[in-house]
Design a protein around this ligand. Structure first.
Ligand code: PMP
Length: 428
């Protein structure tokens, strides 16, 4: 038995499903999850000592690759001065100033410890600010696991086929209105009927939790216009897309200004961090300035702030995103060419440094319904063939992929050589 298998058996004894977050369990692809014990640059090493080229990057944060020396140094230095004070620090000011400078839609920002906390707090704030209860979300978008947001959600919910999580009271779920992604007409119709009752629209401005689906311009513009017209709060959930599709996130990429933004992943460089912020008049409703309550013992944690700031410095370098985007485009066109040569129906999607691969004969996938009709069997076989070859992709057909600045041309070539063999192994 491999060390990975031994660890999985041991993990299942006291950890539900052997994992601390569901998608890690490989339910979407079958087989035993890989236990990692080291990451450096573009590579991960598992418990059996096997090396992988990593395209998950801890689900997004590792845009510089693993264990970047500057980040590690920042964390070490911070740790020597104490791990947590539960009181203000100067570093939090630097972080807030920096985030508001990079994302001009944000006048004020509050740090939290996860993406889930960020979105949960943002929707509470939107409800408190508007005095309304209804929230609009889109099928296949995942915004963390707060009760109101676990309705027709993406990521693990989609992988496991759970429409609305048991445990979410029906009385709460009834306030969550779900529409198809990229369907601006459905959004207009809904606002026409219930616009005055809608507190907020929350959206992944590039959907990364049902594979990767780019927004249509009409879709983003319609939600901006409707929220303004009806006094609803537009929340861009940029936990994944922030500092990933561009330094300024999807709002910079598409030129749309939300009222509130949620952040996570990259902002903490791999430590547990999230943030939410936006217009001053809305943010001033948060305690202690206003009545909407929100708090956190570890919020603004000094290690996480220092790690995040070191990250923001490095990714602000001129040309950083151009390099990543060009490198990723060459990976995706190489994959497409190899799939075409093998006669496998396949397409890819890219926004900045985020990507999706789809086993389908459609050229572009635009919705949850289309994403779920792709050939999942082919994905599973491809995933396992790539894993054998030492390439680690997200273990689900409904997750996006991520590239880092540590991936070299040689890593891309190694991935393409592996893919050529993997495509040839697929059962037609
Ligand atoms: N929003 C989005 C768009 C996400 O992708 C995620 C996590 N993948 C979350 C929120 C929740 O973040 P966390 O897992 O840190 O709670």
């Amino acid at each position: 038995m491999s060390r990975n298998q031994e660890l999985f058996t041991a993990a299942c004894k006291h950890i539900p499903g052997g994992v601390n977050s569901p998608v890690r369990a490989f339910k979407g692809v079958g087989g035993t999850p890989v236990f990692f014990n080291k990451g450096k640059g573009a590579y991960l090493w598992d418990a059996d000592g096997k090396q992988y080229v990593d395209y998950v990057g801890s689900w997004g944060p590792m845009i510089l690759g693993h264990a970047h020396p500057d980040i590690i140094k920042a964390v070490q230095l911070a740790a020597e001065n104490g791990l947590s004070f539960g009181a203000p620090t100067e570093t939090e000011i630097t972080m807030a100033d920096r985030v508001c400078e990079i994302l001009p839609s944000m006048d004020m920002v509050r740090m939290v410890s996860s993406g889930t906390e960020a979105t949960m707090s943002a929707i509470r704030l939107a409800r408190g600010f508007t005095g309304r209860d209804k929230l609009v979300k889109f099928e296949g978008c995942y915004h963390g696991h707060a009760d109101s947001l676990l309705v027709k959600a993406g990521s693990g919910m989609l992988t496991l086929g759970v429409p609305t999580s048991p445990g979410v009271p029906a009385d709460l779920a009834k306030h969550t209105l779900t529409l198809p992604y990229n369907d601006h007409e459905a959004l207009m119709k809904l606002f026409g009927e219930l616009g005055e009752e809608i507190a907020c629209v929350i959206v992944e401005p590039v959907a990364g939790n049902m594979n990767l689906i780019a927004p249509t311009p009409e879709f983003l513009h319609a939600m901006r216009d409707l929220c303004t017209r009806y006094g609803a709060v537009l929340i861009f959930d940029e936990v994944m897309t922030g500092f990933r599709v561009a330094l300024g996130g999807a709002q910079a990429y598409y030129g749309i200004t939300p009222d509130l933004t949620t952040l996570g992943k990259i902002i903490g460089a791999g430590l547990p961090v999230g943030a939410f912020g936006g217009k001053r008049e809305i943010m001033e409703c948060i305690a202690p300035l206003g009545p909407v309550y929100q708090a956190g013992t570890l919020s603004g944690n000094p290690l996480a702030m220092k790690a995040g700031l070191a990250m923001l410095d490095l990714i602000s370098a001129p040309g950083f995103y151009d390099n990543l985007t060009t490198k990723l485009a060459s990976l995706l066109s190489g994959l497409q060419a190899r799939a075409d040569a093998a006669g496998i129906p396949f397409t890819t999607a890219q926004v900045g440094a985020m990507f999706g691969i789809f086993f389908t004969d459609k050229k572009v996938v635009r919705s949850y319904a289309e994403a779920t009709t792709c050939n999942i069997e082919h994905f599973k076989q491809f995933f396992h063939a790539m894993l054998d070859e030492g390439v680690y992709l997200a273990p689900s057909a409904f997750e996006a992929g991520f590239i880092s600045s540590a991936h070299t041309d040689a890593d891309i070539q190694r991935t393409l050589d592996a893919a050529e063999r993997a495509f040839a192994r697929l059962v037609r």
